[in-house]
Design a protein around this ligand. Structure first.
Ligand SMILES: Cc1cc2nc3c(=O)[nH]c(=O)nc-3n(C[C@H](O)[C@H](O)[C@H](O)COP(=O)(O)OP(=O)(O)OC[C@H]3O[C@@H](n4cnc5c(N)ncnc54)[C@H](O)[C@@H]3O)c2cc1C
Ligand code: SF4
Length: 563
């Protein structure tokens, strides 16, 4: 094999890139895996075992942190603490422009945001995949649930998703590990919601190992210790991350070459062949430029990472960005409605507690515009929340001293229950990102400029998210029901997607139903860019399932000589 030439290139090692690396190498392809960030080997999690007193500044951001992360320390962002800030990109070195404000959470290191993710894992259903077509919004998804279901099974089995079987058409069941347990207050709330509203409250479906995996292909993974420190990285490998799961599998094949600190900034296109032949890379530490070549390229650099590479790859064939014959590249940005919620005090369980720190909450699946329910807006939302007892910090404002303060601090505080909505955002051509050629980053690359805002449908849904939550908590008989609206911009749900959507028609979409570029059939995009609608479920499980599906198709097509 020539130097710098491989069967396949995968760009990005996060949730989707890890899966592409595993699938392509297991199918025998010599695969180059590139990531713009530094190497993080499984177990290389510097704060994972630190006790609270070992973390400086009470685990809060310092003034220097606020200077380095001016965007990331805005009220709707989180993660800039002493225990997790090393996973989030420095705003000064990685700037972006906001014609309209956008909260862009990034992790540039091997593993990407699979290290920090919240692990909530839900399937889409035909209600979601048929909606665009039925309602004339965006483009119809070129796939249906039956196309995806076996791949959800495949991915859930491998990564381990804990959850309960509920028989809901709008939230299909999966191949689950045992469900975690709702606590006594959550069970009571579930009963009251069922009695008064016929709505379900279920334990969250989470990619944490509530029991042993049902296979022996990940010997490095152990069951969850219920510490709820997952965002620091888990030395037990007890939640799914690329680092603990897919990348070790890829490595074991002997077919993976992984090169960190490799910023892919441009696609290489051969006009005569009508194919992409490789990628151009900048070394993040030395600035050295290198070209790599392969028969097939998987772009998994996250929605905006991939979009940046494509917009930056112009040529006589693609003057408006690579693969952008439709003019839709960079458009139809979606995220979930986020930051709207309610909390309340719950009485009557003062003699009850829970054991451990469950890294999971409850989920109220979508019920709006389901069955006979009809609203003035399209689509719907789900809620995520939990109930817990307040800890000693509730005493900060109490007029207590000495013995009295110590004794009060030994007692668990009252129960509070809280939940917030995740709502569907519609695709719209008027929500887009562009490259700002007047503003370049330290590598000389133009930065992204965000032009994304919620529309009328989203604003109507937001009102329902708040009103319904207030109504449910009040009807459940809880006291001191308080609403909150975090000043969150689009992006704050960290579910950005849609900028290279799939569809049947090359005139209106970038990818076909196999995540394959209409205009260049040896390029596949399997990060959130491909999403034709957002549904309201957390999306990463769908990215994984679609990546595994696309990898199988790409390898079959290679063997058939079609790409
Ligand atoms: C705090 C938090 C909580 C979340 N909770 C959930 C949840 O509960 N459920 C859920 O479904 N999702 C959740 N998410 C979202 C989830 O993390 C993302 O959907 C998922 O990681 C996206 O996968 P990806 O492969 O597209 O991108 P990423 O995981 O972000 O990986 C992209 C990789 O590409 C690399 N890269 C970028 N640009 C380039 C380039 N030019 N060249 C080379 N490499 C590049 C990056 O360094 C990175 O490693 C959460 C995210 C965060 C941060
Ligand atoms: S709660 Fe479980 S998955 Fe999370 S860090 Fe602890 S052991 Fe790991």
């Amino acid at each position: 094999m020539d130097k710098n030439t491989y069967d396949a290139i995968v760009v990005g090692t996060g949730v989707s890139g890890g899966w592409a690396a595993k699938e392509l190498t297991e199918k025998g392809l010599k695969t180059l895996v590139l990531d713009r960030g530094p190497m993080v080997k499984h177990g290389d999690y510097p704060t994972a075992m630190k006790a609270p007193w070992e973390l400086p500044y009470a685990d809060q951001p310092t003034q220097e942190d606020i200077r380095r992360w001016p965007k990331h320390t805005r009220p709707s962002f989180y993660g800039i603490t002493q225990s997790t800030k090393h996973w989030f990109v420095d705003d000064l070195d990685n700037p972006y422009e906001e014609t309209k404000p956008f909260d862009w959470f990034r992790g540039y290191h091997v593993g990407g945001r699979s290290l920090m993710w919240g692990r909530q894992s839900y399937r889409l259903s035909d209600l979601d995949l048929e909606a665009n077509g039925k309602e004339g919004v965006g483009v119809d998804w070129p796939i249906r649930y039956a196309d995806l279901a076996p791949w959800y099974d495949y991915v859930e089995h491998f990564i381990g998703v804990s959850g309960s079987v509920e028989h809901l058409a709008q939230l299909p069941d999966g191949d689950f590990l045992p469900p975690m347990e709702l606590n006594c207050v959550e069970k009571e709330f579930a009963g009251r919601l069922s009695d008064k509203f016929s709505r379900k409250l279920i334990i969250g479906r989470t990619a944490n190992l509530s029991g042993p995996l049902k296979h022996d292909k990940s010997p490095q993974r152990a069951t969850c210790q219920y510490r709820n420190l997952c965002m620091r990285g888990c030395p037990f490998g007890a939640y799914f991350s690329s680092n603990s799961s897919t990348l070790p599998s890829a490595e074991r094949t002997g077919n993976m070459t992984i090169v960190p600190n490799s910023i892919v900034y441009e696609m290489i296109y051969d006009n005569a062949k009508g194919k992409a032949t490789g990628v151009r890379v900048l070394d993040a530490e030395t600035g050295k430029q290198t070209e790599y070549f392969a028969k097939v390229i998987f772009l998994c650099a996250s929605t905006f990472g991939t979009t940046h590479i494509l917009l930056n790859s112009t040529s006589s064939r693609f003057p408006n960005g690579f693969g952008n014959d439709s003019g839709e590249l960079g458009h139809n940005v979606m995220d979930h409605l986020f930051g709207i919620g309610v909390s309340a005090s719950v009485e009557g369980h003062e003699d009850r507690y829970y054991s451990g720190r469950r890294p999971n909450g409850f989920y109220i699946p979508r019920y709006r515009n389901v069955g006979s329910d009809k609203r003035s807006y399209l689509r719907g939302f789900g809620y995520q929340g939990s109930a817990s007892r307040q800890n000693w910090s509730r005493l900060v404002d109490e007029p207590l001293l000495g013995d009295d303060l110590k004794r009060a601090a030994e007692e668990p505080g009252p129960w509070r229950l809280g939940m917030s909505g995740f709502g569907e955002m519609l695709p719209s051509h008027s929500n887009y990102v562009t490259l700002d050629h007047n503003h370049k980053d330290k590598y000389g690359l133009p930065v992204l400029n965000f032009n994304v805002a919620h529309g009328d449908n989203e604003n109507r849904m937001k009102k329902d998210i708040l009103d319904d939550a207030m109504e449910m908590m009040t009807a459940a008989g809880y006291r001191d029901v308080r609403s909150y609206i975090t000043p969150a911009n689009v992006g704050a749900a960290i579910h950005e997607m849609g900028t290279a959507r799939m569809g049947r028609d090359p005139k209106t979409s970038v990818l076909n139903g196999w995540n394959q570029m209409h205009a260049c059939n040896n390029v596949f995009i399997t990060d959130g860019s491909f999403m034709a609608s957002s549904a309201c479920q957390n999306p990463s499980l769908t990215y994984m399932a679609m990546t595994a599906r696309a990898a199988k198709y790409a390898v079959d097509e290679l063997k058939r000589g079609n790409i």
